[in-house]
Design a protein around this ligand. Sequence first.
Ligand SMILES: [Cu+2]
Length: 178
Amino acid sequence: MRLPHRTVLFGAAGAVVLAGGIALVACASGGSSGSAPKLAVVDPYIPQPASPDVAAGYLVVRNDGDSADRLVAVSSTFAPSAEIHESSGNSMQQVEGLDIPAHGQGVLGRGNMHLMFMDPTRQLKKGESVDVTLTFAKSAPITVHVPVLGAADRPGDPGVPSGPAVTAGSPEHTGHGG
Ligand SMILES: [Cu+2]
């Protein structure tokens, strides 16, 4: 009787490492160059949705920097996908991004461009807040706590809280002023 016999062959040649010849140019790491966008998200809010199928979101992205940026993607903790939409008349369509000019701002507001959260996993209620992450062409992503307001409310309305501006890279927990 013969036992099965397995033979393992090891390749004799090791990997050949080529050293040199390839130069990777790293990004300059000299810190802020003065030409970078400086973004802050102002007054984000979501009106309590009337429909379980979608939720709209509004905010302003302010840019105090010397170069433009662009909002290119949105995600949230309560919906599997989100889009940037532009309203025109009674319809709306998806757009690829929102320009944020240098020393200017990009506005997502009622009747205008807005965020649209598709197929929320639950229906949001006035008084809660949800995390929304904004992704930009140049700047690091910014996550904001977005309050859900009454269906017709806007930040700054009487009795409606106006959230603090959230700046890229700054801690979000600034305390509540009472
Ligand atoms: Cu929409």
